[in-house]
Design a protein around this ligand. Structure first.
Ligand code: SF4
Length: 804
């Protein structure tokens, strides 16, 4: 790698590194969205005269560093270079260090411009565009070229030592990764196939949708090949993204097994890490665990600025030492990062955000890449990183990302706020309240409503009048808070966040979403903007990654995920063979039972008899899954009454972590009893009860989403777009849950168990076709006894294929 290639830096990164000092200040003035920023820059350029140059690409080699970037605009006639910033609220509230950072960027661009065009001097202008009013505030300084040159040289000198350290680290990291060996004597069955698929995806820059059974070691089977591919295929970063916190612990454990973190990580390594087969020298990989602000914050309830939080005061002054200590530590899971932050008296959450720039492997939540304002995606784009993405439990990605691109407005929140709002906000809030009433009336929900059930309407179109009133209220609140930061009451902030989230999504409203209104009673309506097809938002995210591996035990049918997630056309589907034989799992169907709402009463007795019969034939621990808490409770009560000597325990709504642990602790080898749970809930996936801890599951539901107006609208939209309305709205998501829940029973080659599927619809061909191939369903041809594809639909011949 040449010197010029190694030591390069973007103007923005350089200035962020060298020109920030003083307090961290996330005072309450919501920044414009990315779309607003782009639109604002375009607006300023449109106002300029002919000959104005937009997005001027500049670069130069200074102090051995290649510095490059794009200045927002240059007017050659006036010899004026402009740096444009969009903002909300009063500019006077902008912190001095923020302003200093903006001048540093303008000066850096000015130096590059003068050098490139041989200018003796240049006027630098900071142009602040107020998003709400469209007003420009302009600050100007005239600088000589020599002065700017000296300024940029000084910044580069300050950054150069860091850049050299980074280049040395990268070289060392890649050198060791080239020799990375699998940390165990052998792969588990199926693990090598998965690892080969993941490596190929990284090598060819593709997306892989990998369905692989539980127990083969998917986390290690995907992390190992991606890390091995880093030096050979020029990957800058690997991001391991999970749906829930336990997935992060597994990823960190796998990284420890691969040698990351050395002694520091080994101290925290869990059981079963085993020996390392080829990393006796240790793996110089910087690993960061990203945590949500609520979990990382040391001063919950305080605002993130120097006057409120001691860890924000002087943050940037202490950041260089903290950053250096952190990269030297290398292993930065939540506790380790917290420790570094504590030693240097800086905020651990914002230190983590900073270190996302400098770590090789980041373990975080899927929202860090897929959310509208995702940190990792933003950094990758700004730094043009070549990223390898790993997405665990990817069968949940459709639901999670739908949530990321949906928003709700609650009428009651407005009513509460109006009682305490400052007079300055009376008019915009009153206008919004009138719009609410008109909306409820126009939707025909004013008088309607079945007792006990909210009235509901899918709206034909976005209520533009309401959105306009909302924008007006949001602007007024932002301006008010800009002038009166002490007035940021929780009610005001909540409404503002809700309004901003809603209006931002409203800007991109289209075929991928719907707008609906639910009325729970007088003055209690909720306006929803609900994403139905996240693909339109996610396709660019997949394109931004060099390679992506989405894996789970239940990803079939591939087309469902390809269509709804917007996976690239050349995405590869892989179904890894299960190491389990059909003889390990007895699958029984009770097609004489109907679990439909109207048949619930009649279903109680046969379900109770089935549970009791099975546990008496084979005593042990079982899980029983139902479609709702109400149904669960009815069966549990009937069972407890009929069989008081058999222990039962039940899931409850909103269980705390300790309660969930207590529920799972009841599954003890040698005991017997039934844990009642809801399908799709906390105990239906992501839990591990191997061997005798769990020997069977009863599933008294198809897991179908409720047949209601929303799901019917969803079905219609998916039918129109993909021709698979029923399948994509109901059957596939339901059966993914069923297979996930059933997957709790067989966790390894030694396990033996029973799954009882209770509902007559399990006999239907289209339903059976979506159940795992290796299950031997009653009435299907006999099992050959050997391994076969697992947990997928009975769709043969698609393994390793590009999806069509
Ligand atoms: S410790 Fe909490 S309040 Fe303080 S800056 Fe960090 S996140 Fe904000």
């Amino acid at each position: 790698m040449s010197e010029a290639r190694r030591l390069r830096v973007a103007v923005r990164t350089l200035c962020d590194f060298t020109a920030r000092e003083g307090d961290l200040d996330h005072r309450f003035t919501p920044a414009p969205s990315a779309e607003e920023g782009i639109a604002g820059h375009a607006e300023v350029a449109r106002r300029r005269g002919e000959g104005y140059e937009r997005e001027v690409a500049l670069s130069g080699v200074i102090e051995g560093l290649r510095v490059s970037g794009r200045a927002d605009g240059y007017d050659p006639t006036a010899n004026c270079l402009e740096e444009v910033k969009t903002h909300r609220g009063s500019l006077e509230r902008m912190a001095d260090n923020q302003r200093a950072l903006h001048w540093a960027q303008a000066k850096a661009y000015g130096a590059l411009l003068c050098a490139e065009r041989s200018l003796p001097s240049v006027t630098l202008a900071l142009v602040y565009l107020d998003i709400a009013s469209g007003r420009e505030t302009r600050l100007e300084q005239v600088h000589q070229a020599a002065e700017l040159d000296a300024f940029l040289a000084e910044q580069c000198r300050r950054y150069r030592a860091w850049a050299e350290q980074e280049a040395v680290h990268r070289e060392r990291r890649d050198g060791v990764l080239k020799r990375l060996a699998f940390p165990h004597a052998d792969f588990r069955p199926g693990q090598r196939t998965l690892a080969e698929g993941a490596y190929k995806a990284a090598a060819t820059g593709r997306c892989l949708l990998a369905q692989a059974p539980t127990g083969i070691g998917k986390t290690l089977g995907t992390l190992f090949p991606l890390l091995a591919a880093m030096p050979r295929h020029g990957l800058d970063r690997v991001f391991f993204l999970t749906m829930k916190t336990p997935g992060r612990a597994l990823a960190l454990d796998a990284l420890r097994q691969l040698g990351a973190g050395g002694e520091q990580a080994e101290a925290g390594a869990g059981q079963g890490t085993g020996g390392r087969a080829g990393t006796s020298e240790g793996l110089p990989l910087r690993v960061l665990e990203l945590t949500a602000r609520e979990k990382a914050c040391e001063y919950p309830g305080r605002a993130c600025h120097g006057e409120a939080c001691p860890l924000a005061a002087g943050f940037y002054d202490r950041l260089p030492a903290a950053r250096q200590a952190a990269v030297e530590a290398g292993w930065l899971d939540r506790e380790a990062l917290r420790e570094v932050a504590r030693e240097h008296a800086v905020c651990p959450y914002y230190l983590g955000q900073e270190l996302a720039r400098w770590c090789d492997a980041v373990v975080g939540d899927v929202n860090h890449w897929f959310d509208a304002r995702a940190l990792l995606h933003g950094l990758a784009k700004a730094n043009r990183w070549r990223v390898g993405l790993l997405v665990d439990e990817a069968h949940n990605l459709v639901a999670r990302t739908r949530g990321m691109y949906s928003a709700e407005l609650d009428q009651r929140r407005l009513a509460r706020l109006r009682r305490t709002a400052p007079p300055a906000l009376s008019r915009p809030l009153a206008r919004l309240a009138r719009r609410w009433q008109a909306l409820v009336r126009e939707a025909g929900l004013a008088e309607e409503g079945v007792p006990g059930r909210p009235a509901y309407r899918v709206l034909e179109a976005l209520p533009v009048g309401m959105v306009a009133a909302l924008q007006g209220a949001a602007s007024a609140i932002t301006d008010y808070l800009g002038e009166h930061p002490e007035g940021a009451s929780p009610e005001l902030q909540e409404l503002l966040f809700e309004a901003l989230a809603f209006t931002r999504l409203a800007e991109s409203f289209g075929d991928h979403s719907l707008c609906d209104l639910t009325r729970h009673g007088r003055g209690r309506a909720v306006l929803g903007l609900r994403n139905l097809v996240p693909a339109d938002f996610l396709a660019p995210r997949f394109q931004a990654a060099h390679a992506a591996v989405l894996f789970s035990a239940t990803l079939a049918p591939a087309a469902y995920h390809r269509d709804l997630l917007g996976l690239p056309a050349d995405c590869v589907w892989q179904s890894v063979a299960a190491p389990f034989a059909a003889a390990q799992l007895e699958v029984r169907l009770r097609t004489d039972i109907s679990t439909r709402l109207r048949d619930r009463e009649a279903s109680l007795a046969p379900i109770v008899a089935e549970l009791a019969g099975q546990i008496s034939r084979r005593p042990g621990n079982y899980l029983a899954f139902f479609s709702s808490f109400a149904y669960l409770e009815r069966v549990r009560a009937a069972f407890a009454e009929a069989h008081p000597t058999i222990p039962v325990w039940a899931q409850r709504r909103g269980m705390a972590e300790a309660e969930r642990d207590a529920f799972l602790a009841r599954f003890t080898p040698g005991e017997r009893g039934i844990g009642f749970a809801v399908l799709g809930g906390a105990f239906a996936e992501g839990i591990d009860l191997p061997g005798e801890r769990l020997i069977g599951a009863f599933i008294a539901t198809l897991g179908l989403p409720p047949f209601d107006d929303f799901n019917e609208a969803l079905k219609k939209r998916l039918q129109a777009r993909f021709g698979c309305g029923d399948d994509y709205a109901y059957r596939v998501p339901g059966l993914i849950k069923v297979v996930q829940a059933a997957g709790r029973v067989i966790r390894g080659p030694e396990d033996r168990g029973t799954v009882v599927l209770m509902d007559d619809r399990f006999a239907r061909r289209e339903v059976r076709a979506r159940l795992p191939e290796w299950w031997q369903l009653p009435g299907t041809p006999g099992d050959a006894g050997g391994p076969s594809d697992t947990t997928g639909p009975r769709e043969r011949g698609r393994t390793g294929r590009v999806m069509s």
